[in-house]
Design a protein. Structure first.
Length: 101
């Protein structure tokens, strides 16, 4: 009779433990227990730091891309002006070499 009571208590304990574990997993209460641990808090802090760095680098990249676009436009403008000056210089040279009547 004592063996049956022991086995019954063991089975009941196993069922209650399994049920409680499933409840904690599905209810979100287990998340609170996990979140309260020191390593988990450290990981969350590091994750926030990395996300902050990522956002900062994204802004810096956008700034660099904007500056590169402005530099490209300036370079194209300078190149166009140089071609215009070269064409003007060639016209003046050609005009000065032609004989005057």
């Amino acid at each position: 009779m004592a063996v049956i009571r022991f086995l019954f208590a063991l089975l009941l304990g196993f069922l209650l433990g399994g049920g409680t574990t499933l409840y904690l997993i599905h209810s979100g209460a287990g998340d609170f227990l996990i979140r309260a641990t020191q390593p988990m808090q450290d990981l969350e802090r590091r994750l926030r730091d990395v996300e902050t760095q990522r956002d900062q680098l994204g802004r810096q990249l956008e700034d660099v891309v904007g500056r590169a676009g402005r530099m490209e436009a300036s370079f194209n403008d300078i190149e166009r002006r140089m071609h215009d000056l070269q064409a003007q210089l060639e016209r003046e040279r050609a005009g000065s070499k032609s004989p005057e009547p």
